[in-house]
Design a binder for this molecule. Structure first.
Ligand code: NAG
Ligand code: NAG
Ligand code: NAG
Ligand code: NAG
Ligand code: NAG
Length: 464
């Protein structure tokens, strides 16, 4: 029977290939799964928005690791906070009753995300605390419909995201849960038993994909047990072969101890990974606007938030080296995005409106940064005609001398240098054998555009 089925399948495959339909069955092995090309939309998108929201947003102190910092590896600041402000019998679960989401308006969120120039979002469906932001069949009474907002947060956000043509919807999901009894029992056996995976992790992973069809499945919380324990390879084979998002889904690399940075889809390696050199494999810099936390912190100081200049520099270096940036927003438990986050989102979008040409769908160039002028980073695009390339140079400092000297671009008589957001060409002189001096426009300091850049066929960029 199996043989007949296989033969039939092979025949079907052949027929499909003749009419140019891709026909690959991925096997539950890393060799097979790693061979799947990452869907092209992802590399073109460059910027995504990460959103951390859950019961941890209620205490909104310390970080999204609040529960662990209280009851796991206890930290004095959190113990102190609980002793001073809560009755002794108060439990972490009690916080969920105060997760009201009273100002949560998903359309306002997606408006702000679209305005940032991001092309996709990755929303935390469940963090290590185990609370699901959707009415999961596998998280009885510890989900956003049974306690807290009484709303299907994931479903509402999915609808609002799909209403925006420019945004794709993705979900983060934590494999482990710090204090889940089944997880702790499996851990006790040295992960010889798999009750937690079979009854919780996997059913949830299938549920969110079948129900909400996320085009990013971002796994996390994998590091204590190996991929055999988590049954990750079997899940990924299903995701790539038979799931409703098989053709467009992008996954990360957190699928078991030792897997990150080695197998899976896009490599995340560590949090805030930004190697500053070209990477062989598609990667992502998952980072936060609040330097110290993914979840909202009520006691964050102004200087804890990255400035727009810092965000843009991180972004440009990331894209030059072949990465995407996944920039995190932590909304307060009431659900209205705080103005400091809203401002950063808007600033990213304002910059991208002028400079997005050198970012979206760009590729890393031969050189990532200039060898002469520090703080100059490059991207490139092949002209659609196939004739020539456009090199984009982004500079972090507006040259006070009025001349931007670049060592690596090689200008030819047909080279045209322009500045994004500035009409007309820029004058330049060339060096032998390589290099170019570009006269940048004299702009009064109070009229400085935020952005600029440089090139072989063209030169672009903008001051910030
Ligand atoms: C999402 O939209 C669909 C279609 O309009 C609707 O049936 C569904 O109830 C919405 N989901 C949520 C959680 O609002
Ligand atoms: C993975 O962990 C299991 C225990 O859950 C163990 O039996 C197995 O040998 C491990 N596999 C690898 C490849 O390390
Ligand atoms: C930029 O390029 C030079 C090589 O010219 C290299 O030495 C340097 O480390 C690179 N990175 C940064 C962050 O400047
Ligand atoms: C390359 O593309 C740019 C931008 O689209 C265009 O201005 C330029 O003329 C093109 N150059 C060539 C050689 O096709
Ligand atoms: C380029 O040089 C010409 C001749 O000196 C000058 O008129 C023009 O303003 C310059 N253009 C720019 C953009 O600086």
């Amino acid at each position: 029977m199996a043989r007949i089925r296989n033969a039939f399948f092979a025949l079907l495959c052949l027929t499909l290939q003749m009419i140019n339909v891709k026909c690959v069955r991925y096997q539950p092995t890393w060799a097979s799964l790693d061979a799947r090309p990452i869907p092209s939309w992802y590399d073109e998108a460059k910027l995504g928005i990460f959103i951390h929201w859950g019961v941890f947003s209620v205490p909104s102190f310390s970080s999204e690791w609040f529960w662990w910092n209280w009851k796991g590896q206890a930290t004095p600041a959190v113990i102190d906070f609980m002793t001073k402000n809560y009755k002794p019998d108060f439990t972490y679960a009690d916080f969920a009753k105060e997760f009201n989401a009273e100002f949560f308006n998903p359309a306002q969120w997606t408006e702000a995300f679209e305005d940032s120039g991001a092309k996709y979002i990755v929303f935390v469906s469940k963090h290590h605390e185990g609370y699901t932001n959707w009415p999961s069949k596998y998280s009885f009474s510890w989900n956003s419909v049974d306690v807290g907002p009484n709303r299907d947060i994931v479903g509402e956000l999915m609808n609002a995201t799909r209403a925006k043509k420019s945004l794709r919807f993705g979900l983060y999901h934590s494999m482990y849960e710090w204090f889940h009894p089944l997880y702790l029992a499996d851990k006790k056996t040295g992960f010889k038993t798999q009750d937690f995976v079979n009854k919780k992790t996997l059913p949830e992973l299938y549920e969110i994909v079948n129900k909400y069809k996320p085009e990013v499945v971002w796994s996390d919380g994998d590091w204590e047990a190996n991929d055999t324990y988590w049954r990750s390879k079997e899940y990924l084979a299903w995701l790539y072969n038979d799931s409703p998002v098989k053709d467009t889904v992008v996954v990360n690399d957190r699928w078991g101890k030792g897997i990150s940075c080695n197998h899976g889809g896009v490599f995340t390696c560590g949090d805030r990974y930004n190697p500053g050199v070209l990477q062989k494999h598609k990667w992502v810099n998952a980072m936060t606007i609040d330097k110290y936390s993914w979840g909202f912190r009520r006691n964050a100081k102004l200087e804890d938030y990255l400035s727009i200049e810092e965000l843009l520099q991180t972004f440009v270096i990331t894209v030059s080296c072949g990465g995407n940036m996944l920039m995190n927003v932590g909304p307060p438990s009431h659900g209205h995005i705080a103005p400091i986050y809203a401002e950063r989102l808007h600033q990213m979008g304002a910059w991208l409106k002028v400079n997005g040409e050198g970012i979206y769908s760009s590729k890393p160039w031969t050189f990532q940064n200039d060898t002469l002028t520090p703080g100059v980073w490059y991207t490139m695009k092949k002209n659609s005609s196939g004739a020539g390339v456009t090199v984009y140079a982004f500079t972090f400092d507006w040259p006070g001398s009025g001349t931007l000297s670049l060592a690596v671009p090689q200008a030819s008589p047909s080279t045209v240098v322009t500045l994004l957001g500035f009409s007309g060409n820029l004058n330049y002189t060339t060096h032998k054998p390589k290099g170019i001096d570009i006269r940048v426009p004299v702009i009064p300091i109070n009229k400085m555009p935020w952005v600029y850049a440089g090139s072989k066929q063209r030169t672009v960029g903008k001051k910030w």
